[in-house]
Design a binder for this molecule. Structure first.
Ligand code: ZN
Length: 285
């Protein structure tokens, strides 16, 4: 009898300890969320991805091809951003909603890349400058080194590879002299590209989110006549009626220039190379 009682008491005691331990361990167990690195818009994604490599997941916040300007963070975005530690943002109005991230992710560090590049009139499309892209790559690498010191050599090697890719594009661009050529583009995105390739943006068919005024339009048409413009550039995946009408009216050939905002589906390097090739082709015509 005594032994049975002893066994019973011991069993109850052991079970009690086990259950207390169990409850305690559940309480202390936090779900592990892997740290992530964020990028606000498509044109910055590839460079960040190449530098971060396989060390962290890189999350692109605005889906490729979506309009970044008026983007609003959705519940799915907040979900996919769980664990976010650094966000590389463009700035200059194109991704102002980035500020809202801080409400949801208190310990996120936001790096505004516009602060580290050479700007033309506060134009946010600075990713179309290869010199700026090199600066961006260096900033991203520096941030990753600070964040994850043990992998600094890995990030440095990745940076070297990215810089080489960009320099190859610069070499390709230099092989053709695009001297003083006037271009008309669909939206006002190509000032940086034009500056580096010695082109002139004579005009564009839409402002950011707004249509041209009749005065703007007649000015543009005057330029087409005076500058004897022969080609006009549409953007990938866009059907622009005004562009087609003008092309027909003034006998302009339509080509495509990519502002690398994600609509072509090409990565940054391929999209830029395609732009150079298009411009070379036109030069030779
Ligand atoms: Zn744009």
């Amino acid at each position: 009898m005594e032994i049975k009682r002893f066994i019973l008491i011991t069993t109850v005691f052991i079970l009690g300890i086990i259950s207390i331990f169990f409850v305690f361990s559940i309480k202390n167990h936090k779900e592990f969320i892997a740290p992530k690195i964020g990028v606000t818009i498509y044109p910055l994604y590839d460079v960040v991805k190449e530098i971060v490599g396989d060390k962290y997941e890189v999350v692109l916040i605005v889906p490729p091809g979506a309009e970044p300007h008026n983007y609003e963070l959705k519940i799915e975005d907040v979900k996919k951003l769980r664990g976010i530690k650094i966000v590389f943002a463009n700035g200059l109005g194109i991704d102002d909603w980035t500020e809202n991230l801080i409400k949801n992710f208190k310990d996120v560090k936001i790096i505004y890349l516009y602060q580290s590049v050479d700007l033309i009139d506060q134009d946010p499309h600075f990713w179309l400058s290869l010199e700026n892209m090199k600066k961006i790559a260096k900033i991203v690498e520096k941030e990753m080194e600070n964040f994850d010191k043990k992998n600094r050599e890995y990030y440095q090697e990745n940076l070297d590879k990215v810089l080489e890719k960009i320099e190859n594009l610069q070499t390709e661009a230099k092989q053709t002299v695009f001297s003083n050529k006037f271009i008309i583009t669909q939206h006002n995105a190509f000032n940086y590209l034009a500056k580096e390739l010695n082109l002139n943006v004579a005009g564009y068919l839409e402002g950011e989110n707004k249509e041209l005024t009749p005065a703007d339009l007649s000015q543009l048409i005057n330029k087409i006549k005076i500058l004897n413009i022969k080609v006009i550039f549409k953007e990938p995946g866009e059907e622009n009626n005004l562009l087609k009408t003008i092309a027909q009216e003034y006998n302009l050939k339509i080509y495509e220039l990519d502002s690398i905002e994600g609509k072509s589906g090409l990565n940054y390097f391929d999209a830029y190379r395609k732009n150079i090739e298009t411009l070379k082709f036109i030069q030779n015509e």
